[in-house]
Design a binder for this molecule. Sequence first.
Ligand code: ADP
Ligand code: MG
Length: 352
Amino acid sequence: MANLSLRALTKAYAQTEVLHGINLDVEDGEFIVFVGPSGCGKSTTLRMIAGLEEVTSGEVVIGDRVVNHLEPKERDIAMVFQNYAIYPHMSVKKNIAFGLRSSKMSKQDKETRIDEVAGILDMTHLLDRKPAQLSGGQRQRVAIGRAMVRDPAVFLFDEPLSNLDAQLRTQMRLEIKKLHQRVGNTIIFVTHDQVEAMTMADRIVIMKDGHIQQVGTPSEVYHSPANAFVAQFIGAPSMNMLPGRLNGAGVRLESGLQVVTTHVSATNQDVLLGVRPDDLTLDQSGQMLVTGQVTVREPLGAETLIYVATESGEVIAKADGRSPPDVGTHVRLSADPANVHLFDADNGAALA
Ligand SMILES: Nc1ncnc2c1ncn2[C@@H]1O[C@H](COP(=O)(O)OP(=O)(O)O)[C@@H](O)[C@H]1O
Ligand SMILES: [Mg+2]
């Protein structure tokens, strides 16, 4: 096991730079999730850590070695991809053993190690089967097993759950998390799915356009997003953004409504007032933020999402699942001022 550092890492393809100086320190045993929209540079970063992609500038450090010039197999890492390639003609056991093909372990030690890994993954009874006789989740576990047998310092996962159906994805998410709790290796896991990031990570790295936007625990990035992008990327449905202007007393929304905010006393600054659907209530316990007409309802069971047409655009709120307001109803939505976020309208930065 080992810690890992990325230092001012950049990547350019021909003349186009796609990663613009990535800095990150990962602690030994941490579960780190890289999350961001497609094309933001997650896979490229992971592939540079793995040694599958050349580093343009900067350093990848694993343990206390700069590994930029080491071959993938010399880096003490193992990678699991989205299209996990397990061999259909080989048994589960042979597939897992494949991870040890270049190991100098004795045959007996290999056997012991494979049994150990099969035990951890609960696959001992499946070792003689062929992949065709396995479920999708079991196949995914074989791919993980093949990475695990080498007991790598760092596990790299690139969207390994994206091809699975929703139910299996949830199940595998839990399995990988439990596995990490048991084995304790350092994990770097890439996904575009913010729910996967929130549920699995010790810390989340949110990326956009080749830049890190924020690094923090799930609670930090959810409750204290560094900017409007993070605020809207993490959490579903997305945080509502109401345009307004600071005027010393708080924010004057475009709708004309004056909102008192607990923080920020600057004046004459255009801002976005952010409020999560979960924090907008129909009862008038908080401070009134918007009024409008319910246009759509989405029942989720315990709660119902309501889409409300307001002067500040469409706003999403959560209503009680049993007695949500009807479509066409005029509603007043309020929020506790403590749950309101403010962002600079120009650059999106969170205002303290
Ligand atoms: N081999 C390549 N040649 C040129 N551009 C590439 C290559 N691989 C990736 N890119 C570009 O680099 C950026 C980051 O890609 P990638 O790391 O795959 O994103 P992600 O995994 O976050 O979806 C994208 O703009 C992509 O088009
Ligand atoms: Mg990718």
